[in-house]
Ligand binder design. Structure first.
Ligand code: SF4
Length: 360
């Protein structure tokens, strides 16, 4: 990662860039955003196009952390070449492999050697029955724990990603304790957006979010790893209501990922986040299926900085409903992906927030 003390300018550069290197995956996860298939799409960006995309990403004024996602990135034959190219461009690369027999210690070691600096591993339950039901095959839970052990032996920092739905919401404490014995740097909880195969899942209700936030707040002060939410920016409001700093520096001795020192407020879809699909479609986020252009015909830098939807997503004063008048709109603003999935309008209010702004 390119460290900088200059403040981030979300109008110019994303903080996180997600590149879906392939749609191919051997799993059939219940909440899969990509609705992945076993084989790559014939229209998938070629190696040469992917390298050009990485060069554009590196040309942002403040190059973002780039996440190689999927599908399963390990299904892409030229993955190591792409990682090396990204590393040579100075990009920080994270990899999110699926827990399949492809994710061997050797494969993870080669990815590290090629240049990844962090591994994202999905774990969606405190026990095999819960996790395997999500992932669509018995044995996924066990495979995931093997990956965690392999990453530890390879000295590869790990972020555990968990999708929260009604199936596992009661396992938050159990999962938090389970991870405390692992040398993970971050636990990232993704709150379901009903898109892709996620439409079949049940998302938790607004009151349940507050209960989950309370638990996360408790564990964030106790556990040796960081905790963050994705598609639940109202966790920042929850923390601020308790008089704390949602962007406080890590506790001394805590295992935390290598992050820029001046992380900006209010990261959200299209505002610090950008996503390019396996066939080059450009989106404000992986869970907001509104195409804003297509690579290589369009420049990702130009789309990020100038496309009307990206600009609108960065201006919470234009949001409708309570998010538009909320005193927390600049640091929260609600999930734009969930607003679109539920109301068909990416600028509508967050459907799953209990807060009533003082201006309403
Ligand atoms: S009303 Fe909207 S902006 Fe305010 S805290 Fe809730 S989700 Fe965030």
């Amino acid at each position: 990662m390119q460290h900088t003390d200059a403040p981030y300018d979300f109008g110019k550069s994303p903080l996180m860039f997600y590149y879906e290197v392939t749609q191919a995956c051997d799993l059939l996860c219940q909440h899969c955003r990509a609705s992945a298939q076993p084989y790559a799409d014939a229209r998938e960006l070629t190696g040469s196009q992917s390298r050009s995309l990485l060069e554009q990403i590196a040309s942002f004024p403040q190059p973002p952390v780039t996440v190689f996602t999927g599908g399963d990135p390990l299904k892409r034959p030229d993955l190591l070449d792409l990682i090396r190219h990204a590393r040579d461009l100075g990009l920080q690369i994270a990899l999110t492999p699926s827990a399949t027999p492809l994710a061997t210690k050797e494969a993870l070691g080669l990815a590290k050697e090629a240049g990844i600096s962090c591994l994202g591993i999905s774990l969606d339950g405190a026990d095999a029955a819960t996790h395997d039901a999500f992932r669509g095959w018995n044995g996924s839970y066990e495979r995931t724990w093997h990956m965690l052990a392999d990453a530890r032996e390879l000295d590869l920092p790990v972020q555990v990603n968990t999708t929260i739905t009604r199936r596992n919401v009661r396992q938050i404490d159990a999962m938090a304790e389970l991870f405390s014995g692992e040398e993970i740097v971050m636990w990232s909880l993704f709150f379901l957006v009903p898109v892709g195969r996620g439409e079949l899942e049940e998302r938790i209700d607004a009151m349940a979010y507050e209960e989950v936030f309370e638990k996360l707040w408790h564990h964030s002060r106790k556990q040796p790893y960081g905790i963050k939410t994705t598609e639940a920016p109202h966790y920042r409001r929850f923390i601020l209501e308790r008089g704390a700093d949602p962007f406080a520096q890590p506790k001394a001795g805590a295992r935390r990922p290598d992050r820029p020192r001046r992380v900006p407020l209010g990261v959200g879809d299209g505002k610090g986040v950008m996503f390019v699909s396996h066939i080059g479609e450009i989106y404000p986020a992986g869970f907001l299926p509104l195409t804003c252009g297509r690579f290589p015909e369009d420049s990702v830098v130009d789309v990020y900085q100038n496309h009307s939807l990206f600009r609108a997503l960065r201006d919470p004063s234009g949001f409708s409903g309570k998010c538009g008048v909320c005193e927390y709109r600049d640091i929260c603003g609600g999930s734009r992906s969930r607003a679109y999935a539920v109301y068909g309008d990416p600028l509508a209010e967050e459907p799953d927030c209990v807060y009533t702004p003082s201006a309403t």
